[in-house]
Design a protein around this ligand. Structure first.
Ligand SMILES: [Zn+2]
Length: 112
């Protein structure tokens, strides 16, 4: 990721990775998280989160793709059901992001 985003200015606020909680653990262990935490959060795919967040505190606390505590309002939309009751929904489709990331990863390996 540091090859793709070499400077702080080039880094996105969120990077959606299927196993972002594992990437985060690795980044903490090897010290690179000290550079990334200033700019970027790693979030997991929504299906991964449903299956993993009850088992893994780090995944739950830091990799939630749609936190409802106000910590990432741009990841959560308020929508209204047919009875006009508000509910929260994910502001973007993490499944599609994950597919795009793996597609870009494949594309990058072709270029090398
Ligand atoms: Zn996880």
């Amino acid at each position: 990721m540091e090859k793709i985003y070499p400077t702080e200015e080039s880094r996105p606020h969120y990077i959606c990775i299927d196993k972002a909680c594992r990437v985060l653990r690795t980044a903490i262990a090897n010290g690179s998280w000290n550079r990334w935490k200033k700019t970027t959060r790693f979030i997991v795919d929504s299906y991964h989160y449903i299956n993993h967040h009850t088992l893994d505190y780090l995944c739950c606390k830091w990799c939630n793709p749609g936190p409802l505590n106000g910590s990432a309002p741009n990841l959560v939309n308020v929508a209204y059901d047919k009875n006009n009751r508000p509910y929260f929904q994910h502001a973007f489709n993490t499944q599609a992001c994950e597919q795009l990331n793996s597609w870009l990863g494949g594309f990058e390996s072709i270029l090398k």
